[in-house]
Design a protein. Sequence first.
Length: 680
Amino acid sequence: MSKPLNLVILGSCVTRDAIELLGDRPWELNKYMARTGLGSFFGPRTNSVHPDFSVFSSSFRRRTVEEDLTKAGAAWLENADFDILIYDPIDERYPMAVFPDGGVCTLSAEFSELAVPASSYREVPAGSEEFWDAWTRGWDQLVGMLRERNMVDRLLVHHAPWTTRISGSDSVRFDQPRIHKHNEWIDRAMEHVRSTIPAEQVIRVDERLHLSDPDHKWGATPYHYIEDYSHDLLRRIDESSHVIEVLGESQQTVTGVSTHDLGVDKRETLDQYLARPTDMVGPWREIHQPLGDGLFLDGLLAYRDDGLPTVVLLPSAQSLASRRNPLYVRNSWVDEFLEANVIVLSDPGLYVADEVLGSWFVSEDVPVADRVAAALMSIHRAWNGTDRGLVFYGSAMGAFEAVQLAGRVPGAVAVAEIPQTDLRTYTDPDALAGVAICAGGKSVYDPSVETQVDMASYLRSLECLPRIHFVTNVFDPTYADIKLMADEFGGAVGEDDDAVVLTVSRSVRGHVPMLRPEAAQIVRGEITRLQESNSAAAPFRPHGRVNEQLFRGRLTIRDIVAFSLPVPMQSLVLLGQMESGNINPHSALISLELHGEGDVEVDTAMEEAHGVVRSPSPHVGWFSYMNTRPGLQTTEMPVTLPPGVTCTGVRIIRWAGGDLDPDLLSLAVRGVAAAQPESK
């Protein structure tokens, strides 16, 4: 290799101690993050305590507990560049603390020295089901984050069970029931790990070397092994690092995959490829097609057979620390779609400037999305013989691009997972700076680029809607936006064949894509539906429905905040996202502004209403509570009003319970406008 292998450890001394025995291996330990469980590492930060970290004389011990409490370790990892990340679960032995504001931390030995009162938090025992749920969320966030950055192949998991045996002794030592219970937990965790990443990325040392060292420098414990254990661990890491290179993360190539290892011997223009579209020298062929003005479309193409659908896997935005061009995301997914031909794209916008981390197909002079769609259609037509059968999949930026492309290809399908729905509300300044460069310096607020940066505006501009399968979760910031679009566009084809459908995942939380098996299953489902259906793109017929974002941002609810509805409504659904530190789930409520037509007495008529109740407090009236449990929560409030009663506005009211005021992050309304009375 041209430079030392850059290692990061998220784990314990069982992995760290082996690094001291590297010998002549060209490895460097970039960072060691210890004394933290994954549930805490990726969990919310608490603002309930502000301990004095100066009590530690050891900088290492101070750093471990400070990074766990402040979540600085997770923030560092999100943008770090490394060759191998090694995780071991030894420190999952520590319980977890949950504070009143929803924040969490690891109850390590170092944390106990901060003298934080035990009465200020609730302890979650290691090995409990609540602890397991927190750990699985943390693991899924780790894998999702690495997958988003095309770095999941750099992850190694050190499967290190505890031992009851001591080197040089035939006797069994330590607390056997505790060891047995902990090893059952580790086996369960490793089963979950192997369901999400390839088995070769999990390493385990020879069982004969699972011996505790009675003379270990840190003392004899069930996880302080003999030196031969560490040497065997290093050998297995060394072997695995070569596997990672073959999978496509070689340091000697600037692409996201090693095209040499993938059997690609040269790049071709689109015309060169189309001259022999069904010839395959290896599993991949690579195109490098000029789009104009210095932009190029780079793609890996895997042809299997004539007449098959084509799955197009779209790129994700990159980080400044690891930006590469071209970069192929999810090339390893090719075997998930054996019933389809596969294309993996890089982002053409990366050619605009080094500062561009992702383009979202925004452009000033070159119609990037149009030309990419045309190129893909010509490839698919050469394979399939028809225009129908293209399935686009992407997450985040790739999901945004999937919708853009599907709208340009008749009969196409977009599977759009956790998309950015409106770049005008996107919060990443580095990404937006790159988008502005792609747009020739124009702001995302410039009306001339509205359909390029706002998904709903783009869909409304189409004469025919593609099939779109949105995938999100209630903790994703764009959840409300996606629900609004699913309602606005969902009925454009028919009750049994909606143009826009929505899957709400329960396996992930926040702006994190699902694990590969789940996402691939949804794509395969759309392939099956496409093969069995004769439906084409459907004309967009507005339903007369109301879909309006009333608020987006961050607004602390200390008293009453009022919002007007765009029109009087009789059947509506309110979607609100709150972030709260309160344990009390009823720290805020939604009150309706109601009006009766003619002689209708509101309170009497509302006895037949659904979705709200009447408060004895006159300033509240008809209401429903919002979910203000700790963390980010979504409230979905359907309301059906009786004839003669309409809703013209809503109020968010701070209610009793908890010392911390909740923050409103978004509020949207969807439904049907009230019928207007006939004029006499």
